[in-house]
Design a protein around this ligand. Structure first.
Ligand code: ADP
Ligand code: MG
Length: 317
């Protein structure tokens, strides 16, 4: 039997379009169904989830579609593409979860909440953008976009790529709507893709072209909702030491101090496992009790400590 206090489940964008796939809607639904089935299983055991998700490969496709149609339809700014991805992914997840709940005979409302996340306009990330997004461009196109103010990075042998700032999430604008949904027994799907990035200017919100790391936003969401448990579902069966080498070794249980030490030693790569561990440490230091990192198909076992990696506050190492 699982605990009855709500749990945040963050699903990686890379679990929705797998590497090497083109992202056909049937493929995306297949993966979404595979993720929602174990979540419905947890709900049938009495657990109430809040769901968030990444959007990496999906927003990449939206940007490419923008690019291909740029002579016919005005391209949309990146933050609107993030909003589009929240709507599209959220609609798929809600359809899939509604059906899995129906099969299990459970009556619950699932609601997608389009979510803005406030970032600091003076965040250092705006001075030096580092996050590559979207398609590869030719040198000519890269020059044209640089004149428009985009930051472009040449990746030897592959072409040019747009790089955008990845500022720290500071405040979830719709947090009260998410809290209210939870209190009413609704399952919220919120803050997708790290949230739509906005800054405040003269007290007004303004969308900015940036990508907020979804693991850091998820951690902020779990803290704001005072949750005790935070589950990160990704495409690897747990956290490893010596990742990428023959000597790699899966960690079953990890303490905060160890996590911080291994992070400094470079075991968790920046941009993938690194932000998940940072998100976990932030959540546990702000009152969270446990973070679980696992594959979606292992969710039911992972929540009972039989799969994935558990990072615990009480595990004082
Ligand atoms: P997501 O879309 O779920 O955020 P990411 O690709 O960002 O997925 O993060 C998961 C990836 O992290 C894994 O596929 C793996 O390649 C990579 N990774 C980096 N360091 C580690 C590590 N120490 N242990 C396990 N996976 C790692
Ligand atoms: Mg990621």
């Amino acid at each position: 039997m699982v605990s009855e206090s709500p749990v945040l489940i963050a699903l990686g964008g890379n679990a929705l379009i797998l590497q090497g796939e083109r992202g056909y809607i049937e493929e995306q639904f297949k993966h979404t169904d595979a993720c929602m089935k174990p979540i419905a299983g947890l709900i049938s055991q009495g657990l109430h989830p809040v769901i968030t998700h990444g959007n990496g490969p999906i927003v990449g496709n939206i940007l490419l579609r923008n690019e291909c149609a740029r002579d016919y339809i005005p391209p949309m700014p990146l933050y609107i593409c993030v909003a589009d991805s929240q709507g599209g992914i959220g609609a798929m997840m809600a359809e899939s979860l509604n059906n899995e709940l129906k099969k299990a005979g459970i009556h619950k409302t699932v609601s997608v909440i389009i979510t803005h996340v406030l970032v600091d306009k003076n965040d250092a990330a705006f001075i030096e953008p580092t996050k590559p997004i979207g398609p590869y461009y030719s040198e000519n196109d890269a020059q044209m976009y640089m004149k428009k103010g985009w930051h472009m990075l040449e990746i030897k042998g592959r072409g040019w790529r747009r790089v955008v700032p990845s500022p720290k999430p500071e405040r979830i604008v719709e947090i009260d709507a998410i809290k209210t949904a939870l209190e009413k027994g609704i399952i919220p799907i919120a803050s997708g893709g790290g949230g739509i990035p906005v800054i405040e200017e003269n007290g007004m919100l303004k969308g900015v072209d940036a990508v907020i790391d979804k693991d850091l936003s998820a951690s902020l969401l779990a803290c704001n909702l005072s949750l005790k448990k935070f589950v990160i579902l990704t495409d690897v069966d747990g956290v490893y030491l010596n990742w990428g080498t023959e000597a790699r070794q899966k960690i079953n249980k990890l303490g905060i101090k160890e996590a911080r030490r291994y992070l400094l030693e470079g075991h968790f790569l920046p941009g993938s496992m690194g932000p998940k561990i940072e998100a976990a440490i932030g959540f546990l230091e702000s009152g969270g009790e446990e973070v679980i990192i696992s594959r979606p198909e292992d969710l039911l076992d992972a929540i009972e400590g039989r799969a994935g990696t558990g990072i615990m506050r009480s595990w004082n190492k």
